[in-house]
Design a protein around this ligand. Structure first.
Ligand code: ADP
Ligand code: ZN
Length: 436
């Protein structure tokens, strides 16, 4: 029979039992960090808190936060809690924003991470009958390694493609009958587009599910990918600092991601004041690892903005759910005084019938912010007259203005003129930063 859960005893544990488990693990994890990480011990000493003050999750608020700047200050070994001789792996962030950070793993940590990814694969209906094509980048980036390990734990036949060489991805997908595809959503969209360009349809491949994450993507983009590849597309979330992908994963409900709460304790805080907000509030996601050995982070501020919900899920899992992060607090642009997330613009583009091939350019000219959005025309719109295209540009600009409250300049450009991404897409160029 098809397994519904990879680890049912954890994934369907009662909320009371989860809390008890988290409390027990937290007490141990805090002691481990205090005794082995001088950098964090100094922070705790400064805050006047010792491991004796932590009796369970209700005491979490007493602990100081860690932020990405702490990781950079402590680079490379400052937050390491085990001797290097006990570590077996290093991974690193993709460096989307600023300097890279590195994370260390013992064999226990690798197993824990891979189990989290295995839960994500099983949640999409994956089993040992599946062929799992991993098209996340392999190497320092956590995407390839995490899903590769998870796929092995489930017993799927693993196809470690890494990213790139898109036609060959499709060739292997057909020859070897891949049923699950793992990559970034922007790469999945590109694979879908290439499939069509090769004169093929979803009927020519055997894919049934995709596990896509590592960058923000909208519901509209999900629908487009599902259609172009003939699959169900599931979200997966994680960051290098907490292990990698698999911190949270989507189930058949496709309505938010279950957090692996036996390993990661989540909080939502007000990003400006640091105040802990009640469940259901939108704010910055903060994670505390509960049983990592080499690189345990307590109250790590992710800068990702989302909402937590604990409710009965139709899949039977009891693990708390997080909403799709709508972007990082540092993805947010302030344009003419208005807060703008790229995901808001993407939502409008897809609703208006365009694909997610766009580039946002922000600049400052004569002390005033400019917002230029280049969007690709679809092939069948390309033959429109100049006048038709101008009308389309105006219509799109008006729709974006309704969403954001500020007027952009929209440029419709020829199909395929905006570079495609094989990993995390670059959608924003903020030239104002160059002038600062
Ligand atoms: P970098 O910070 O260099 O991008 P990572 O590769 O560790 O390094 O990226 C982690 C970040 O990627 C997360 O903090 C989050 O902003 C983003 N991310 C990961 N998964 C998702 C997802 N499913 N949806 C939205 N954003 C995601
Ligand atoms: Zn569920």
């Amino acid at each position: 029979m098809l397994k519904r859960y990879f680890q049912p005893e954890i994934e369907t544990m009662s909320p009371e039992d989860i809390k008890a488990l988290q409390s027990k693990l937290l007490v141990q994890q805090v002691r481990h960090v205090y005794e082995n990480v001088a950098y964090y011990r100094a922070k705790m000493d400064e805050a006047g808190v010792t491991p004796d003050d932590i009796h369970g999750v209700e005491d979490l608020y007493k602990l100081p936060f860690l932020s990405k700047s702490d990781l950079r200050d402590a680079y490379p070994y400052g937050l390491l809690a085990k001797p290097l001789s006990e570590c077996v792996r290093i991974q690193s962030t993709s460096g989307t924003t600023g300097r890279r950070v590195v994370s260390f793993y013992t064999q226990h940590d690798v197993d824990l991470w891979e189990e989290c990814c295995a839960r994500a694969i099983v949640a999409t209906g994956g089993s040992s009958e599946d062929v799992c094509q991993v098209a996340y980048g392999y190497g320092l980036f956590t995407g390839g390694a995490g899903l590769n390990g998870g796929s092995h734990k489930v017993g799927c036949l693993t196809l470690p493609m890494s990213s790139g060489n898109t036609e060959r991805q499709i060739q292997f997908m057909r020859d070897l009958h891949s049923t699950i595809l793992c990559c970034t959503p922007s790469y999945a969209a590109y694979i879908g587009e290439t499939l069509k360009d090769m004169g093929l349809t979803p009927d020519d491949i055997d894919l049934k599910a995709g596990i896509f994450g590592a960058e923000p993507w909208t519901e509209e983009m999900r629908h487009d990918i599902e259609k172009s590849l003939g699959i169900k597309a599931y979200d997966i979330y994680g960051l290098t600092e907490t292990s990698g992908p698999g911190v949270a994963f989507e189930c058949e409900a496709q309505d938010g991601m279950h957090i692996n709460e036996d390993h990661f304790l989540a909080e939502i805080i007000d990003p400006d004041t640091g105040e802990v907000l009640p469940e259901g509030s939108k704010g910055e996601l903060v994670f505390t690892s509960l049983d990592k050995e080499a690189f345990p982070l307590l109250r790590y501020r992710t800068r990702d903005i989302c909402v937590l919900h604990r409710e009965k899920c139709s899949c039977g899992r009891t693990l708390i759910k997080m909403s799709k992060p709508m972007g990082r607090s540092d993805d947010m642009m302030i344009i003419r005084g208005v807060n703008v997330f790229p995901s808001q613009i993407e939502t409008v583009l897809l609703k208006e019938g365009y694909a997610a091939n766009y580039l946002i350019e922000v600049d400052r000219v004569h002390n005033s912010d400019t917002l230029d959005i280049s969007v690709e025309l679809l092939p069948d719109q390309f033959s429109d007259t100049m006048r038709d295209i101008e009308i389309r540009e105006k219509k799109l600009a008006a729709a974006i203005k309704t969403m954001l409250g500020i007027s952009p300049k929209v440029h419709l450009v020829s199909p395929k003129s905006i570079a495609r991404s094989e990993g995390k897409a670059v959608r924003v160029i903020d030239k104002r930063k160059l002038h600062d």
